[in-house]
Design a protein around this ligand. Structure first.
Ligand SMILES: Cc1cc2nc3c(=O)[nH]c(=O)nc-3n(C[C@H](O)[C@H](O)[C@H](O)COP(=O)(O)O)c2cc1C
Length: 657
């Protein structure tokens, strides 16, 4: 009996514990629940950040997941009103723009009334162009006025495939994205428009948009002009009720497909911005004397890519995904009045600490004009409001890049500066980060040859450090590599192909390389490759720097090539004598020699600063050609250089800082 009573007491206690303790739990103060939520957040953060050191350790995406990043379906695909928005991008901005175009069209017509599909031009072969009636293109320009790598096959393929007027059913319009600082502004978009004009046999239904950098107000204007045209004309309606495209894409790239390749960049290695390879740093060597205030700090960096499957060719670039400088992030957090541990939504929508988001995911240097508009909303002092109103004055061009005052203001400031300047603005952390750009990869010309060592890749990095408004400023990726990555640490990288900067296939053809400063990087790769393949063609290099004994990059290697009579080396040291001398000056001294090389079919390469040097070198060529070709006027010389360019005998890999 006593045993029975004991059992009964035990049972009652157990039942009480199971049911009532839960009840009790639910009455515990909210803090307890918050704690459990916090643990949940921590787990999520771990997943989204990868690890404490940095980003980059992301899961490998399946072909279908990668496809979803490339192709977006914004609306019902059963609608008979249909449009295809195709983008060609090198750095991702045109994809962002294409998504915005799709969203706006979807919003304007109602998402059930129109089917808007977005596709990377990389997948152009999946599209049945004769079945498409309405096309919008958003395409950038890269290199020296060329199409993005992933859009090149589309351009050549469409030219081959369709004759004049063959796509007569197509209505199209083009948005060209570029940067006015480059000599061939928006050339990629212009090429696509010309192509479409030819194969459709008609003009675009709306004027071509030309965008100077990330100018959203002008992009919005163009989208609005498109919406007006679509309201006024019935281009949208097509005769088909089902959409072949989604099915075709899934067939081609879906799980289990036989040829599930996503195109050249991804297919070769599977590594991309979203899914980088973690390459171990093997060497970091200073190539310059770095002691005086005026000295340059240039590093030779070698990385281990064994096991990655990355196969590079001289001319290609290596993209590095950096993280921001912790000191700069701390400074920003102080200006924000934040601790850093505050939770905000990360790029994938998962919660992440404000500090980690700023360290690993967002660009804290570039100020978007939209951030100023947001600060305008939060500012409460009259003087802050007045300055902000003046900056974004509609009369001056508002938020657009046409607003010269705003343009100059932003060019000289980082995100910290505007926060510090408009300190009366009390910002919401989530809204603040929503107004920052994502941190983008930085591209460095590869300076090694995979024929010499396929497991290693090297880049040549000029480290950026300067002062602005009395504060230290740094180049994000250059100081990431110089200060924050040690030998043995891993760096997230992926390969960026550059088929517009290639050695001649015939090793007997002479090459003329012009590469001052870090512009010499791809030429080191060219020389190593040509020596390894036993090329017999003459190699001529024009290199320039400030001082022979301070910043002559790879001097002993280059001198050794010259000593072996494998290289004709010409150098210009701009500051070693009272009169400044640059590469274009020493080219002119060698005019007869250069002309004779051109006569022998030489290929010409220029790498480095696109703002000044590339133009000065181009002028030097015009001079050399017009002074050697009989009866040659300036226009004839320009035409001659264009002829060389069209025949891949004049290739430039230039950039503007
Ligand atoms: C290395 C490099 C070369 C560029 N060359 C040109 C050019 O020749 N003409 C031009 O208008 N814009 C040029 N741009 C600017 C880009 O077209 C512009 O930044 C564009 O918004 C990038 O879009 P995307 O991210 O879709 O490639 C160049 C940009 C870079 C980084």
């Amino acid at each position: 009996m006593a045993l029975l009573v004991l059992l009964l007491v035990f049972l009652v206690t157990a039942i009480y514990l199971v049911f009532f303790s839960n009840l009790g739990d639910s009455k515990k103060p909210d803090k307890f629940k918050e704690k459990r939520f916090e643990n949940f957040l921590l787990k999520k953060v771990d997943l989204s950040v990868g690890n404490a050191e940095g980003q980059g350790k992301k899961k490998t995406l399946s072909p279908l997941e990668r496809l979803e990043q490339e192709v977006f379906q914004y609306a019902s695909n059963t609608s008979t009103r249909r449009i295809l928005v195709a983008y060609g991008t090198e750095y991702g901005f045109s994809r962002e723009v294409a998504k915005k175009i799709a969203e706006k069209i979807s919003e304007h017509f109602g998402k059930d009334n129109v089917s808007v599909r977005v596709i990377n031009l990389l997948h152009w072969e999946v599209v049945d162009w004769k079945r498409e009636t309405l096309l919008l293109f958003a395409c950038s320009t890269t290199g020296d006025g060329v199409l993005p790598n992933e859009a090149k096959d589309f351009y050549d393929g469409m030219k081959r495939k369709f004759g004049h007027g063959e796509l007569e059913n197509v209505n199209f319009a083009v948005l060209a994205l570029g940067d006015r600082g480059y000599p061939h502004f928006c050339r990629g978009g212009k090429m696509i428009e010309e192509l479409l004009k030819d194969i459709s046999g008609k003009e675009g239904f709306a004027a071509r948009g030309e965008i100077d950098q990330e100018d959203w107000p002008v992009i919005d204007e163009w989208i609005n002009s498109i919406l007006t045209c679509l309201d006024e004309n019935d281009f949208l309606t097509c005769s088909e009720t089902s959409d072949y495209l989604k099915e075709a894409l899934e067939m081609k790239f879906g799980n289990g497909s036989a040829n599930g390749s996503l195109g050249s960049t991804l297919a070769d290695t599977g590594y991309s911005k979203e899914n980088p390879f973690m390459a171990k740093m093997l060497e970091k060597r200073l190539l310059t004397k770095y002691e005086l205030a005026d000295d340059k700090e240039v590093l030779h960096i070698e990385l281990d890519i064994s096991g990655s499957g990355i196969q590079y060719t001289p001319g290609d670039a290596l993209a590095v995904l950096p993280s921001n400088c912790p000191k700069q992030v701390e400074r920003l957090l102080v200006a924000l009045g934040a601790k850093g541990e505050e939770q905000v939504a990360g790029p994938d929508g998962c919660p992440i600490s404000l500090k980690n988001l700023l360290l690993y995911h967002l660009d804290i240097k570039t100020v978007k004009p939209e951030l100023l508009m947001y600060l305008r909303q939060c500012a409460c002092s009259d003087s802050d409001l007045k300055i902000l109103d003046d900056l974004v004055d509609v009369e001056k061009g508002g938020l657009s890049k046409r607003n010269e005052v705003l343009r100059e203001y932003l060019a000289a400031r980082e995100v910290y500066d505007v926060l510090a300047e408009f300190s009366s603005a009390s910002v919401d952390f989530q809204k603040f980060v929503d107004h920052l750009r994502p941190l983008s990869p930085r591209y460095y010309s590869i300076s090694s040859s995979s024929l010499v060592d396929s497991n290693h890749v090297s880049i040549t990095v000029s480290v950026i450090r300067y002062q602005l408004f009395g504060l230290d400023r740094v180049g994000v990726a250059t100081t990431y590599l110089a200060d924050r990555v040690d030998i043995g640490d891993k760096v997230p990288v992926f390969l960026s192909r550059n088929d517009n900067f290639r050695l001649p296939s015939d090793g007997d053809v002479p090459i003329i390389m012009i590469g001052p400063g870090t512009g010499v990087a791809p030429f080191r790769a060219f020389l190593l490759e040509r020596e390894k393949t036993g090329s017999r063609g003459r190699n001529v290099l024009f290199f320039g720097c400030r001082h022979k004994d301070r910043d002559f990059l790879y001097s002993s290697e280059l001198q050794a090539f010259a000593d072996r009579e494998f290289l004709d080396l010409f150098v210009a040291f701009s500051r070693d004598q009272p009169k400044k001398i640059y590469v274009q000056d020493i080219m002119l001294e060698q005019a007869d020699f250069l002309w004779s090389l051109l006569q022998q079919g030489a290929h010409v390469y220029v790498c480095g600063d696109g703002a000044k040097m590339a133009n000065d070198v181009h002028e030097a060529w015009i001079h050399i050609v017009s002074s050697h070709k009989p009866d040659c006027r300036r226009e004839d010389a320009l035409e001659f250089m264009e002829f060389l360019e069209k025949n891949s005998r004049y290739q430039r890999d230039v950039w503007i800082t």
